[in-house]
Design a protein around this ligand. Structure first.
Ligand code: PPS
Length: 295
């Protein structure tokens, strides 16, 4: 099947976006959140799929084996703002409204100020996952190479430049992580997780997640979840590794690519790293939000 041409990036109320995330805007903004929803937010490539799968297992792995074996993760955890034309077209809002399971686990990449207001009225639990800028940029570059529904990434050096300028789908990484960090300071219903912490000690972060959600899985269940969400196990699992997604071209790069902290060192030149660090200091001044780029 011939792939549609790649979407164009445009400015949408001050944030770079493509039509796939703005065409359903009114329905997204009018979405009715519920108090028992769980919203999983992140800038792209921060580990959203990883945490989605953790949440799905925590809530539903006891429910039915069929769900785990035959329902792709993106159907279990719909992507709120996505509207992808096709046969049939995929609308995150429609999928969410059709979900019969509770809680609804909802994926979003929206910057905090774009989150539909019902989330702030209904006050469901919100988990934000953040990943250091350098690894995010590298992961995003390879994702844009293999995802035909994303703008053309160009070469690494021009991509990195655009990352620094915030001209990525969903805008500036710097604004995104800071916006959510600031919101978290006044909202007890937001848990801010770091990809690097999850790599360092998945069990510890799983416990944090469970205590935030008020869940008390048995030690055996925790062990099973940790085993299932190991990078190499997820990579082999067709239901979670993106291989059922038609817009992803695995001949170019896998969706589950490296799953590491520090892969940026294989991409950044010394000069790019220096320029990046200098600019980073300016953009991230006046915040106590800190990331680790190596472990
Ligand atoms: S997306 O498309 O924006 O929703 O992508 P997202 O899922 O947020 O991020 C994809 C990156 O997360 C890595 N990943 C993992 N790392 C470690 N362990 C596990 N289990 C895991 N699952 C996903 C995935 O490989 C992408 O990172 P890179 O660096 O490209 O490998």
């Amino acid at each position: 099947m011939e792939q549609p041409s790649r979407p164009v990036l445009f400015d949408f109320h001050g944030v770079s976006m493509t039509k796939y995330f703005t065409d359903n805007w009114d329905n997204v903004q009018n979405f009715k959140a519920r108090p028992d929803d769980v919203l999983l937010a992140s800038f792209p490539k921060a580990g959203n799929t990883w945490v989605s799968y953790v949440l799905d297992l925590l809530y539903f792995s006891q429910m039915s084996a069929t769900r785990q074996d035959s329902v792709p993760l993106h159907e279990r955890v719909p992507f709120l703002e996505l509207l992808m034309p096709g046969i049939p077209s995929v609308s995150g809002v429609d999928e969410l409204n059709k979900l019969t399971t509770s809680p609804r686990i909802i994926k979003t990449h929206l910057p905090v100020h774009f989150v539909p207001k019902s989330f702030w009225e209904q006050n469901p639990k919100i988990i934000y996952v953040a990943r250091n800028a350098k690894d995010t940029a590298v992961s995003y570059f390879h994702f844009d190479r293999m995802n035909t529904a994303q703008p053309e990434p160009g070469d690494w050096s021009s991509f990195l430049q655009r990352f620094i300028e915030g001209k990525m789908v969903f805008g500036s990484w710097y604004d995104h992580v800071r916006g959510w960090w600031d919101k978290k300071q006044t909202s007890s219903n937001i848990l801010y997780l770091f990809y690097e912490d999850m790599i360092e000690d998945t069990e510890r972060e799983l416990s944090r997640l469970c205590s935030f959600l008020g869940l008390s899985p048995t030690a055996e269940m925790k062990k099973q979840v940790i085993e299932k969400v190991l990078f190499n196990n997820m990579r082999k699992n067709q239901m979670v590794n993106g291989s059922l997604d038609e817009v992803l071209d695995f001949k170019i790069s896998p969706f589950m690519r490296k799953g590491k902290v520090g892969d940026w060192r294989n991409h950044f030149t010394i000069a790019q790293n220096e320029q990046f660090d200098e600019d980073y200091k300016k953009k991230m001044k006046n915040t106590n939000l800190e990331f680790r780029t190596v472990l």
